[in-house]
Design a binder for this molecule. Sequence first.
Ligand code: HGY
Ligand code: MN
Ligand code: MN
Length: 424
Amino acid sequence: MRTPIELGVRAEAMLAELAAFSDDDANLTRLYLSPAHRAAADHVAEWMRAAGLDVGFDALGTARGRLKPTVPGRAGNRRLLIGSHIDTVVNAGRYDGMLGVVAGILAAEEIRARGIELPFGIDVLAFGDEEGVRFPTTLVSSSAVAGCLVPSDLEARDADGVPLRDALLAFGGDPEAIASAAYAREEALAYLEVHIEQGPVLEAEGLPIGIVTSIAGQSRFSVTVAGEAGHAGTVPMLLRRDALAASAEMILAIEDVARAGQAHQMVATVGRLTARPGAVNVIPAEVIFTLDIRADADAPRLTAIADLDARFQAIAARRGVSVAMDKFYESPTTPCAPRLQEALAAAAGDLGLPGRRLASGAGHDGHAMIHLTDVGMLFVRCRGGISHNPAEFAAVDDMGLAVEALIRAIERLATDAASSGDRI
Ligand code: HGY
Ligand code: MN
Ligand code: MN
């Protein structure tokens, strides 16, 4: 039986190994179905095998490690799903996603080593597409597991024009076998995920772990502003239809609307912008920028989007340009099941820790998994709340406590299931 410190040290070593698998020599960037994703998924599969799990890959490239039930029972054909993602953003940290997969493997390994009786199985899942950076989709692999993947997502193309379905074939997946990746509803007991908080709350309160109450809903748009190219030296300022100047005013409107939404923890981000033709002496003719907008509830987010649409149209009319907002992703606010929150909070209590409840501003695979089963998440303190940044850091002690709390939560769920044999 390993102590939380020993579990945390092992987790850190595994995360350091995994961080070596990158598509970029200069930083950690591992995009869905890339060579680095293939290598990282194979490495995770090796860890799963070494932990005594039966290992396979589903049609969307998710590595799955299966621990069989140890005691017969009515819950015997059911399984607790534990996972997170191993894809990253560009120039990423090494904890976002990967910690949840490592924690699941360590928990399953420790449950075997401790001889903990399990009336249900455990599947550890290493999803490959949570960030949605390579393709204009997201949650493709967890959506397939949850049985809610939209087949048209496979036609999405990356920046090089490669369709997701082609990249999936090259990876070794099977775009024709989407349905085979889905669990039957009655098979899934629940979905649990350990993840760094990616925010400052736990650190500010001196807490190593917290219990997630809900995952913020989010909407993502591609906004196209079309004006008219012109000579930078000859077109007077008042006669221009400058797509980039118009976009700049729209982006300030986005900031203005989000700042007005603080009562609902509203955030809005323009993460990527391209301007054409992109010459120093040509007035920009077309700009495409992304918008990612979130809040702690769906209604204020949707109201803000309608407000922005109206403001964009007014700016466009005044400046003689056109504007189009194309939504390419939306996920409603996802609630975490009270019974899973209680199991995680009781496990934290076993360790002498308060079960601090907090909402997640970041999106997670739970947005997809909620379509299959109840979702529970355990947050781990991260230094400065920094994430999506190579400075991302979680302490060995905190990671070890999180793995131990996960193990004890599973034990509680096993006791519940053994006594009732029904849905936990
Ligand atoms: O964008 C998010 O919230 C997540 O990290 N994909
Ligand atoms: Mn993540
Ligand atoms: Mn992320």
